[in-house]
Design a protein around this ligand. Sequence first.
Ligand code: FAD
Length: 396
Amino acid sequence: MSSETVLISGVGIAGPTLAFWLKRGGFEPTLLECAPELRSGGYVIDFWGLGYDIAEKMGLLDAIERVGYHMRELRIVDERGRRVAGLGTRVFSELTGGRFVTLGRSDLLRSLFHKVSGDSETLFGDEIVSLQERSNGVEVRFRNGNTRRFGLVIGADGLHSNVRRLMFGPQDRFERQLGYQVAAFEVKGYRPRDENVYVIYSQPGRMLGRFALHDDRTLFLFVFALDRSVLVLDAAAQKAILRERFGDGTWECQRILADLDRTESLYFDRVSQIKMEHWSSGRTALVGDAAFCVSLMAGQGSALAMTAAYVLAGELVRASGRHEEAFQKYETLLRGYIASKQKGAERFSSAFIPRTRWGLFLRNQVIKACAIPGLSRLAFGQDISDRLQLPDYHWP
Ligand SMILES: Cc1cc2nc3c(=O)[nH]c(=O)nc-3n(C[C@H](O)[C@H](O)[C@H](O)COP(=O)(O)OP(=O)(O)OC[C@H]3O[C@@H](n4cnc5c(N)ncnc54)[C@H](O)[C@@H]3O)c2cc1C
């Protein structure tokens, strides 16, 4: 067994998954998160496929099913809340043999972190400011002034990865914006509630969705078209942008915008993919969104982040810590698979929010057509299937 130390930057979905499997393989992972505590709130994710399989291997299925939802319908409504089109979501469950659940990203994160928090060092409220590769490790300087040496450093720090910037260069070299901005927040006590139905109101170039969560909470998701976006970090400025974009909206837009004042935690970002030639350099590698963000359009980024974390840990264990060999195998195994998921997301993105009334009408007709038995299987079968066989690693 190797006792190599590994610093993992980012306690999101990939980070704790990687720490769990590295620990199983005899490594000593340290998790580092810039936020002062686990991130809460955010948005809901659909979860299936290889991510679901890995969650099962980690003994997490009961916990995930307990906090998850089995969605019945994706419902498009008009300005008076009347259903104009809809998609029964049972097809997803059928296509995955019932192994499909919708859950809060933060609920998945909490379950994953619970698996590692007892036996892996975790540092909150800090981040890496410099990385120096030495012959036997990487010297890491932290924002708090400390310096430590680790055998390997892994960037699991998401779309705006700090490790990627420090080791590979500025984000704009790797980022492909898909032309949308996304925001999400949740509040307690909102009415109406439509249990297990994702209700969506669309106008040309924008959509607003609502989903009823447990404990009388409701999640709202805003997506709007934007040709090129800048990163807005100030919460007041983010709220002002949403008010400006949705302020003239009908349906429940006014009430939802008024509820923006009740939230401290607003998720706000652009919709982008990350495409890189390599995911590693020397003793440093990237995993999850940091390496290959597929974007929300793929509906599978968390599962892919977990898959990549599992494969990376498995290859490091298999190569007995010979990191160059492991990093290369990790990329070889996953590159084609990830590229096909990114392509699928790009295809979906171009039709996601039509920018004209005619486009919206056509999209609604396509959704209606999916109610015809067999058609929805045909429409979603390819994108929902995972054409990757998870390697069977032998954990010590
Ligand atoms: C609206 C929306 C809907 C989505 N829907 C789905 C879906 O239906 N299904 C699905 O599977 N996926 C979905 N995704 C994608 C999914 O959430 C991501 O792909 C997934 O979270 C990626 O995991 P990650 O661990 O790579 O990164 P993240 O989950 O982004 O985690 C990165 C972590 O790194 C931390 N970090 C950032 N910078 C630093 C730093 N400098 N130092 C230390 N830590 C840092 C962050 O605080 C964060 O905790 C969706 C995404 C969005 C935005």
